[in-house]
Design a protein around this ligand. Structure first.
Ligand code: SF4
Ligand code: SF4
Length: 104
């Protein structure tokens, strides 16, 4: 499991580096983020959620039925829009209201 970062979208804020529990993310000479140890990523999605410009996507493993699919998230107010881009070109979007967190 690993992530991919759109270098042209990254604004170099450093938030992903601060939240990665494995310190796997680094900054290059232009302050753009990259993953230095992709094989060590366990897919916690913390960096995906933290990125303010939606530059990071998570590859979904085959164990989740998502081989080759990419998971990203966009935040608008209290709403999170989790988007799965499948290899066949289709997308699935799941809307989550953060106010509902810890409700269950
Ligand atoms: S998904 Fe989690 S472990 Fe992987 S790079 Fe992002 S923050 Fe680090
Ligand atoms: S959080 Fe997003 S914008 Fe900020 S450094 Fe990481 S990839 Fe770039």
């Amino acid at each position: 499991m690993s992530i991919t970062i759109k270098r042209d979208v990254c604004i170099g804020c450093g938030k992903c580096r601060m939240v990665c529990p494995g310190s796997l993310l680094k900054a290059d000479q232009d302050r753009k983020a990259y993953i230095a140890y992709p094989r060590d990523c366990w897919g916690c999605a913390s960096c995906v959620k933290e990125c303010p410009v939606n530059a990071i996507s998570l590859y979904l493993g085959s164990d989740m039925g998502g081989k080759g699919s990419l998971l990203s998230v966009e935040e608008k107010g209290d709403l999170l829009y989790w988007k799965v881009e499948k290899t066949d070109g289709t997308t699935v979007t799941i809307e989550v209201n953060k106010k509902d967190a810890n409700q269950y």
